[in-house]
Design a protein around this ligand. Structure first.
Ligand code: GLY
Length: 573
């Protein structure tokens, strides 16, 4: 009897310890799924809490647009280095009936902005002026964008229901992930430089995984948006706090800028590759045009026969990228301010001619395509993407950004949200590279109320007229090539979506004249042969972070997050 009791007690103790450990694990670490197969609907975002909120909205009867909006607001709380209400983005949608829409809620240059605002008296670019602090901020578009999306395409009423989960996370707090703790700790000096020491992200001793992050000021701002809609951000208390933040720190965004901000519905870029149709973002994104050019060029060659990451395939893809990014630098900008030659750039004849000097065994020198050369490397970048498919078959691909990690590093005092540093995406001076090493010309010069050129490439593919893939990524200039490669991995090289996303990537952007690549992207032999062709190779830690959903031939839905971001999470039902 005594033995039985003892055995029972030990068993009970072991059981308690087991559940305590599990509970502990659950409260500190989130369950992450990178690759799921479901029947009806899926969401992939950069954070497990945001993904779950999207799923909850779908289960309440919301559609993909509703879920996306809820995820966007949630990311503004749980993923502050890129999720935002102080930034902007692009949304591409495909309805279950095959109707497309493209929403531009990109930031705009303030009314007081001017062409040479980042140059000194000698005409040189002042380092970091367009990347850090109050002068780097574009007029935010996210809140107006989410409201426009909801008004036209949302189902869940009222709009405030979509913000409520984010509001509660800000008010009650949530446990931060290891990656967020590392990032918040890394940026302490920048936060201190541009904010009061009481700013919510400032912590002298640094942040730890699992710590509770409560954002009271942000919760009040979200509450104002819940109660007043657009007026809760672009007017009243939030606008007053934002303009005060600017006025006290030589910033130039005015209340007129905020009142005038409007998102725009654009005609998406639609283009075909074999049996596939691409629906992607139009200018001021360069993504749709560049991706369409790349795919049209690929159609000229039997790339499937070359094989995945074979020397021949890599050389071809890189040479196409070189030419496409040269076009980007010269011709792309906000089409409301500059006559972007979209049709000419996508004409088959033009793209055939563009590859006329392509040599199967020789790298083209970028200087021979257009002038100048630079030393710069995209080492760190943040933006964030969400892909959603709902049970009705509607799809949303949305990419949003503050530009670099935590944007300008400026938090609006009293309002609790970070402001973007999107002004760096303009060409501060013709031929001068921005953070991503991208150069630009007249098409992307600064003008009041103009939108800066972007590489964000939220994209949807159809196959034989049916929804096939929803895909996009953060990663600055490398977004376009990452989306391109992920699609080609599936469509040309027959890869499973998970392998397609996780496969190492490479990237060429015309200037700097080098192939950037991730570890093990090339075999030794391929690397040597590419070098013998005249390519310079430059290894990078990672190139963009894809989030993708694919509808499989059996109707199942596969949703995949990228191992490059430990917090990427796919969920569905
Ligand atoms: N800020 C990065 C982009 O829009 O491409």
């Amino acid at each position: 009897m005594k033995n039985t009791k003892l055995t029972f007690l030990i068993f009970y103790a072991v059981l308690l310890t087991f559940f305590a450990c599990k509970e502990n694990q659950r409260t500190v670490l989130y369950d992450i799924d990178k690759n799921i197969m479901v029947d009806s609907a899926a969401v992939v975002s950069a954070h497990p809490l945001a993904t779950q909120i999207g799923i909850d909205i779908l289960k309440q009867g919301g559609n993909a647009v509703d879920a996306t909006i809820a995820v966007q607001f949630a990311l503004a709380v749980v993923y502050p280095r890129a999720g935002n209400i102080g930034g902007g983005g692009f949304m591409v949608t495909r309805s279950k009936d095959g109707n497309y829409a493209a929403l531009d809620y990109r930031e705009k240059a303030p009314l007081a902005a001017y062409r040479d605002m980042y140059l000194d008296s000698l005409g040189n670019v002042v380092k970091d002026l367009s990347r850090l602090g109050h002068l780097s901020v574009g007029v935010p578009g996210t809140v107006a964008g989410m409201i426009a999306a909801h008004d036209s395409l949302g189902l869940i009423q009222p709009f405030s229901k979509l913000i409520e989960p984010a509001y509660l996370l800000a008010k009650n707090g949530f446990k931060i992930t290891k990656r967020e703790a590392e990032r918040l700790t890394d940026y302490q000096d920048d936060f201190l430089e541009f904010n009061d020491s009481a700013m919510v992200f400032i912590k002298k001793e640094g942040w730890k995984e699992g710590e509770l992050l409560v954002q009271t000021d942000l919760s009040s701002t979200l509450k104002r948006i819940m109660e007043k809609g657009e007026a809760g951000f672009y007017k009243g208390e939030t606008a007053r706090l934002l303009v005060e933040e600017m006025n006290s720190n030589n910033g130039i965004i005015s209340s007129e800028d905020l009142e005038k901000y409007e998102p725009l519905w654009r005609k998406p870029i639609v283009s075909n590759y074999k049996k596939y149709r691409m629906i992607s973002m139009s200018p001021p994104s360069s993504g749709g045009i560049a991706l369409a050019q790349l795919l049209k060029i690929m159609e000229q060659y039997p790339i499937s026969n070359y094989g995945f990451h074979s020397t021949k395939a890599v050389h071809l893809m890189v040479e196409a990228e070189r030419r496409v990014y040269a076009d980007r630098a010269e011709h792309l900008g906000d089409a409301d301010f500059y006559n972007v030659p979209i049709d000419s750039m996508l004409a088959d004849d033009y793209l055939l001619e563009r590859m006329q000097d392509f040599d199967l065994q020789q790298a083209t020198v970028s200087d021979s395509i257009l002038a100048s050369s630079f030393e710069t490397t995209p080492e760190s970048f943040e933006t964030t993407h969400t892909s959603v498919v709902d049970p009705m078959g509607n799809a949303v691909s949305v990419t949003t950004t503050l530009n670099l990690n935590y944007g300008s590093k400026v938090m609006v005092d009293g309002a609790g949200f970070l402001l973007n540093d999107e002004m760096d995406d303009f060409s501060a001076k013709p031929g001068e590279p921005n953070f991503f090493g991208l150069v630009g010309a007249e098409a992307n010069a600064i003008q009041p109320e103009k939108r800066m050129l972007s590489s964000m490439t939220p994209t949807i593919f159809e196959k034989d007229g049916q929804l096939f893939m929803v895909v996009g990524a953060p990663g600055g200039s490398t977004i376009i090539t990452a989306v391109f490669q992920t699609f080609m991995n599936v469509a040309a090289f027959n890869m499973d979506l998970n392998n397609a996303v996780q496969a190492p990537r490479f990237h060429h952007q015309w200037l700097p004249d080098q192939i950037m690549y991730e570890d093990s992207a090339f075999s030794d032999e391929t690397a040597k042969t590419l070098q013998s062709y005249g390519h310079q190779l430059s290894k990078k830690e990672y190139l963009a972070i894809i989030k993708a959903i694919q509808i499989l031939p059996n109707g199942k839905i596969q949703a995949v997050g990228d191992h490059r971001n430990p917090d990427d999470h796919a969920a569905g039902f």
